[in-house]
Design a protein around this ligand. Structure first.
Ligand code: HEM
Ligand code: HEM
Length: 179
């Protein structure tokens, strides 16, 4: 589909800010919940971490489907190509992480034999409890969420602020509601 010159659709903006709100809640829960070790019981906070993570995965699916059918608007005039190129790379890496992080978490919860319950319904175990060769998924889940995701979101927010405060070119404004 060709890029439109208009801004983001209301749906794209809503999904963008919804994911931010869910991620803020998710990191608060993740950093507050008990450390997950070999025999950790699944407390309410841990269970909430799983549920919120699956909700983020579901919203990411809707968001990616919307994005594939409604491409990003054309870059604003005057923004250097290296900036629009870097922005695209960061946006796609963020999309990848919105899938890979919760799926790794789900695989690791399965590996630990911890139930993942969504509104009373237990979701399928993705791999068998303590299945050989899958232990690394926990460490990778923590690494990608606590480091890769936070660093990329940090870069992304710094870029938005740079456009707002230094270039003053309207890039941030086009993701804000009602424009
Ligand atoms: C985008 C969604 C998610 C984010 C941002 C996220 C983030 C995190 C973070 C930051 C930690 C480390 C907490 C600490 O510092 O001690 C963690 C641990 C964990 N999360 Fe998630 N999580 C997400 C989704 C999920 C999902 C969907 C599940 C399971 C269904 C899950 C299962 C786990 C498990 C089992 C651990 C412990 C891993 C280990 O230490 O070996 N997470 N998560
Ligand atoms: C305070 C936090 C945030 C701010 C200020 C912000 C700002 C923006 C702005 C201004 C754009 C439009 C860029 C352009 O038109 O080139 C954008 C797009 C985008 N943002 Fe954010 N963002 C934030 C958080 C996040 C988070 C947490 C994620 C995902 C983990 C994310 C993922 C994306 C993606 C994938 C796009 C591309 C457009 C799309 O496909 O919807 N952003 N953001």
């Amino acid at each position: 589909m060709a890029q439109s010159s208009e801004g983001y659709t209301g749906t794209a903006k809503f999904l963008h800010w919804l994911i931010l709100a869910l991620l803020v809640a998710q990191f608060i829960v993740a950093w507050t919940m008990p450390h997950i070790g070999r025999n950790t019981p699944v407390t309410t906070l841990i269970s909430l971490h799983f549920t919120l993570g699956i909700v983020i995965l579901a919203v990411a699916v809707v968001r990616l489907a919307w994005r594939l059918t409604h491409p990003e608007p054309k870059p604003l005039d005057g923004v250097p190509p290296w900036q629009t190129g870097t922005a695209s790379i960061v946006h796609w890496l963020l999309y990848v992480l919105l899938f890979v992080v919760p799926i790794l978490g789900w695989i690791n919860a399965s590996w630990r034999g911890m139930p993942v319950v969504m509104f009373g319904l237990e979701l399928p175990q993705l791999i068998g409890t303590r299945a050989a060769g899958w232990q690394w998924t926990g460490g990778m889940h923590v690494l990608l969420s606590n480091y890769a995701m936070l660093i990329l979101v940090g870069l992304h927010v710094a870029a938005a602020l740079y456009h707002r405060m230094i270039r003053r070119d309207g890039v941030l404004e086009r993701m804000l509601p009602g424009r």
